[in-house]
Structure formats: structure tokens, C-alpha cells
Design a protein around this ligand. Structure first.
Ligand code: UD1
Ligand code: MG
Length: 448
């Protein structure tokens, strides 16, 4: 669907109930700030322009939403006043203007498209997204005409009479305006009400008084969740995780215990991937087809090639690039390193700032010593190389293709291809020494 659409995102609230130094809308759900969830939804709606209304002194928020333009609402005089902060940018727009709250990250693209379409279908001045909560207290009530179903007014909770208060059809906060007369409508809203605020919701009554029509459509309550507290943030997280898990499964991944797998909004998982219980995906992870991710693994900002085998208890940190068919086993940490196709790092290793060539085998307990306290240095391990267990590779170091490093070595510099290298103290053996030692100690201590 091609919609002529601009979006205004209200993000001016500090969110005092979050008890945070961060503006509320910068708190994350599934690894992405709430405001970016809303901006990304607008992008999926193919909005021509997305404008963010911010509060005073929120430089981090302005940076987070860049390059989208921001408009500062200096005094908090109500939702209509907030939208009018973007007044200059709203002038001259045509089509639809959708108003979204940045603290409500769960509205889906489909729902918002439905709202915009409903506005366009009847060429209404305003279309409102309504829902029916069990407890309507606190919400604006949608007053509709019983016969035509037309939206007559939105009455804020504080302004309701007894009949209106009994209505359970409520304003979710999402409203879509006909761009051409939006400004005139908003500018006609006054603040003669209980809170002394300029209510955006009064736009319905104002538009109707001018002879325009308005409409309301309904959405499931779950999508309307607004986050005001850490507890509500956790509820939003749970809903989002549920959606992401379902999407991963619909995409062809098996999640053995979906409830214990945590995904990010940008996690990409291929087909026939198996994710065992208790796996956490941080931001920026791509997993190819046929990968197995075993229990208790943690992945962030990394790519896993097809048919690779990860975990259990693997940690893939930013910049880990795991090749096709490679293995990263238990208690292995990989950071900013390429593990090429078919290479194996099966147990208890740290590989950082490195390349592990195709089909190389990294023995248990291998450590790339990449940091000297000042600089990060590179380790290059050639294709088919074999690193013996418990080796320290002190970067910068280069192990040639097919070379073998003897177990327990500390290696620096360059090792030629196909060479054997090892550093090992000479072995000493004293025949019968242990038995004599025990005899002496027994005599000395009287212990067996
Ligand atoms: C608003 C609606 C109400 C709806 C409810 C849904 C109005 C007048 N009322 O009520 O009909 O049922 O949301 O949750 O619109 N904001 C600003 N600047 C302001 C005031 C608000 O940016 O001056 C932002 C807030 O940060 C928030 C949003 O607008 O994200 C809504 O404001 P809020 O005060 O929560 O409105 P409600 O009273 O909940
Ligand atoms: Mg509210």
C-alpha cells in the first residue's frame, strides 16, 4: 500500500516514574530504544517524514533519533500543544499525519495501516485507534453515534459525566489526521478543562463543529500498552519477546524452549536453525541456515555461518564471524575474530582480534594474548593449523598454514607453514623419588 504519510512521534516526557537519568523513551525493549521501535514502525509504513517532539535538554534523545528532525516542546501544556511544537513542519503537508507516542512501542504496522486506510476511506478529518480495556479509568472515552458508528467526541477521563465514564471504548492515543486541515483544527483547541491542558483529543469535537467527520476503529488492548514504569517496561519486553520468538519459528527455526530464548528486534535467524534453551541474542546477530546453538550461549553483534555449531556455553562477542560448518564449543569466547569455514574451537578458549583459518583446530585452553595493557594486537592462524592445548599465542603472532603448535607452548612472532613449533621446559624424571618422599614424610609426621 502506498500511503501519503507523515508521522509525529511524541517523546517529550521525562518519565519520572522510571526513576532514571535517561529520558523514558530511550529505555530499550528487545535491545532497541522504545522511540526507535516507533520510528522503525513509521519507516515500515513508508512514512515520507518522521518528526520527533522532544522535551528540553534531551541531547541524547536528539542524537538517538537522528537524522529525523526534532522539535522541542519547552512547556508541557498538553498533547495538542506537543504536536504543535512541530507546527512549522506540519504546514503544507498533504495526505495523512499520524500521531504516535514514543512510549508505546507495540503498535504493529498492520494496525496503523488499517487506521490510515479507515481515515482515507471516508476522507475523515480524524481517525482514532480505540480499544476496550477491562478498566477504562484514566483513558479518554470514545463517544460514538449508536446508529452510524461515527466518532462524535473523545472525552478525557477527568471531564466525563457518569454516562460517558461508563463507556469502555477508549482512546489508545494513536490518531490519524487529514493533513490539509490538521493545523487549523489543532490551533482551535483551547485549554478550558479540568487539567488546563491543550488536549489533542479535542480535535474530534473541533473537527465535527466545523462540519467534518471522524471515525474510530478498534485494536487489541495488548498493542496499546504505554510504558510509564519499569514494571510496564518488563511487560512490553515480554510481549515483544513473544512476538520475536513466534516470528523466528515462523521463519523456520526450532526454539526448543521459546520462553527461555531472548531475542533482539534485529536478530536474524535462518531456516532449520535449532536454538536450545537459555540462549541470549544481543543486538546485531545474524544466524545462517542449519546452525545449532546449544544451551546457555550468549551472542551479540556477530555473524554465524550456515551449519555452524555453537555452544553449549559459548560467548560470541562483537565482531565474531563464524564460518560455515565451524564449531565453537563450551566455554569458548570469540571477540572480533574470524573463524573460517570448518575451523574448530571446541573447548575453553579465548580467541580475540584474530583469524582462525579454514579447518584449523584450536586445542582446549588456547588463549590469544591480544592485549598488552595499551594495544590490541592481531593473531593470524593459517588454514589447517593445529594449536596444541593450553597454548598462549602472544600477539602479534602468525601461525602458517598447516603448522603445528605443541601443547602448552607460548608462541610469539611468526611460525612457518607446515612447521612444528613448541616451547617446553625440559622434562626431568627421577626414578623412585615419589615413593622415597612419602616414606620420609610418614616418618616425619606419623601420618599415612
Ligand atoms: C492520553 C490521551 C487519552 C488516551 C491516553 C492513552 C490526551 C489529552 N489524552 O492521556 O485520551 O486515552 O493518552 O494512553 O491526549 N505528552 C507530551 N507533551 C505534553 C503532554 C503529553 O509530549 O505536554 C506526551 C507524553 O509524554 C505521553 C503522551 O504525550 O507520551 C500522552 O500524554 P499523557 O500525559 O500520558 O496523556 P494521558 O493523560 O495518558
Ligand atoms: Mg498516559
Amino acid at each position: 500500500m502506498s500511503l501519503e504519510l507523515s508521522v509525529v512521534v511524541l517523546a517529550a516526557g521525562m518519565g519520572t516514574r522510571m526513576k532514571s537519568a535517561l529520558p523514558k523513551v530511550m529505555h530499550k525493549v528487545a535491545g532497541k530504544t522504545m522511540v526507535n521501535h516507533v520510528i522503525d514502525t513509521a519507516a515500515k509504513l513508508d512514512a515520507d517524514k518522521t518528526m520527533i517532539v522532544v522535551g528540553p535538554d534531551m541531547p541524547k534523545l536528539v542524537a538517538t533519533v537522528a537524522p529525523h528532525p526534532t522539535f522541542e516542546q519547552t512547556d508541557r501544556l498538553g498533547t495538542a500543544h506537543a504536536v504543535l511544537a512541530a507546527k512549522d513542519a506540519l504546514a503544507g503537508l498533504s495526505g495523512n499525519v499520524l500521531v504516535l507516542y514514543a512510549d508505546s512501542p507495540l503498535f504493529t504496522v498492520e494496525t496503523l495501516e488499517r487506521l490510515v486506510s479507515a481515515r482515507e476511506a471516508g476522507d475523515h478529518a480524524v481517525a482514532v485507534l480505540g480499544f476496550r480495556p477491562d478498566d477504562p479509568a484514566g483513558y479518554g472515552r470514545l463517544v460514538t453515534d449508536v446508529t452510524s458508528g461515527e466518532l462524535l467526541a473523545i472525552v478525557e477521563d477527568k471531564e466525563c459525566d457518569a454516562t460517558q465514564r461508563a463507556i469502555n471504548f477508549c482512546n489508545s492515543g494513536v490518531m490519524c489526521f487529514r493533513a490539509e486541515d490538521m493545523l487549523a483544527t489543532l490551533e482551535a483547541i483551547d485549554n478550558a478543562n479540568a487539567k488546563g491542558e491543550f488536549y489533542l483529543t479535542d480535535a474530534v469535537a473541533v473537527a465535527r463543529a466545523k462540519g467534518h467527520s471522524c471515525v474510530a476503529i478498534e485494536v487489541d488492548e495488548e498493542e496499546t500498552l504505554g510504558v510509564n514504569s519499569r514494571a510496564q517496561l518488563a511487560v512490553a519486553e515480554a510481549i515483544m519477546q513473544d512476538r520475536l520468538r513466534k516470528a523466528a519459528m515462523e521463519g523456520g527455526a526450532t526454539l526448543i524452549d521459546p520462553a527461555s530464548v531472548f531475542l533482539c528486534a534485529d536478530t536474524k535467524i535462518g531456516r532449520d536453525v535449532i536454538v536450545e534453551p537459555n540462549v541470549v541474542f544481543g543486538p546485531g546477530v545474524t544466524v545462517g541456515d542449519n546452525v545449532v546453538i546449544k544451551a546457555f550461549s550468549h551472542l551479540e553483534s556477530c555473524n554465524v555461518g550456515e551449519a555452524a555449531d555453537i555452544g553449549p556455553y559459548a560467548r560470541l562477542r562483537p565482531g565474531a564471524e563464524i564460518g560455515a560448518g565451524a564449531k565453537v564449543g563450551n566455554f569458548v569466547e570469540i571477540k572480533k575474530a574470524v573463524v573460517e569455514d570448518g575451523a574448530k574451537v571446541n573447548h575453553l578458549s579465548y580467541i580475540g582480534d584474530a583469524r582462525v583459518g579454514a579447518k584449523a583446530n584450536i586445542g582446549a585452553g588456547t588463549i590469544t594474548c591480544n592485549y598488552d595493557g595499551y594495544r590490541k594486537q592481531h593473531t593470524d592462524i593459517g588454514a589447517g593449523a593445529f594449536i596444541g592445548s593450553n597454548s598462549a599465542l602472544v600477539a602479534p603472532v602468525e601461525i602458517g598454514d598447516g603448522a603445528i603448535v605443541g601443547a602448552g607452548s607460548t608462541i610469539t612472532g611468526k611460525v612457518e607453514a607446515d612447521a612444528l613449533t613448541l616451547t617446553r621446559a625440559e622434562r626431568i624424571e627421577k626414578a623412585g623419588w615419589a615413593a622415597k618422599f612419602r616414606e620420609k614424610m610418614r616418618a616425619l609426621t606419623g601420618k599415612n
